[in-house]
Design a protein around this ligand. Sequence first.
Ligand SMILES: Nc1ncnc2c1ncn2[C@@H]1O[C@H](COP(=O)(O)OP(=O)(O)O)[C@@H](O)[C@H]1O
Ligand SMILES: [Mg+2]
Length: 250
Amino acid sequence: MISVKDVSKSYKDIRVLSDVALTIDEGEILALVGETGSGKTTLAYLIAGTIKPDCGEIIVRGRMVVDINRKEFLKTVGIVYQSPRDSISHRFTVFEAIAEPLHIHGEFDDTSPGRIKDALREVQLPVDEYFLQKYPHELSGGELQRVAIARALILAPDMLIADESTSFLDPSVQAKVLRLLLDLQNERGISMLFVTHDIGVARKVSDRIAVLHDGRIVENAPAHRVIANPEHQYTKQLIGVAKGKTDVVV
Ligand SMILES: Nc1ncnc2c1ncn2[C@@H]1O[C@H](COP(=O)(O)OP(=O)(O)O)[C@@H](O)[C@H]1O
Ligand SMILES: [Mg+2]
């Protein structure tokens, strides 16, 4: 579905990604793992087409990302960011936050309220009028992240990018939101790029793990093989850190 070919990216003169290459298959969950500052978000934004690479190419279903119209692209790839308090306007009610992508795409019509309620049911949130009219500050972190997921899925994309979407939540809430993401991925058969700094979480959720270190992909293999047989010293370190630490049970 996605092919990243020898992509490099610098901010000013600081190189963040060097010759990064990876693919994501249709229906696959790829976990992108690396410590804070390793360039995970940069790579996610490059794949989402919100920033451009200095060199290299990103191909989505045979077309260069940079050539795809932004509106059209948002129907292909949905993104759930790390902090929904930053990504969802505090002026939007729950209903308005989920309706916005439909408005942007000129798809808001008589069927939309029903569609929005269906989306809320899918992320296991209430659909009564009282909840629909709530503002972000009236929701818990877990509820707001579910609203963000509903918003990312309302246009029925074929792929979801989840950039540390559960990291800031309490472990028990994190486990529930992770479970929800996996169930949605499974029901819809969509691809997922799951970005996390925690290789323990990556192992639980992904088919394949790619490890980013010093701007390069140092490991890229089926999740069980990466954990059982890591090739790179850095991956071994990450596994060492994750052992006994991961308190998220999916
Ligand atoms: N817009 C930007 N301008 C300058 N530097 C940036 C920008 N975005 C990220 N960086 C830097 O690039 C590096 C990688 O950042 P990022 O992709 O956010 O990593 P991660 O998501 O793995 O924490 C960091 O050193 C960060 O400070
Ligand atoms: Mg990041």
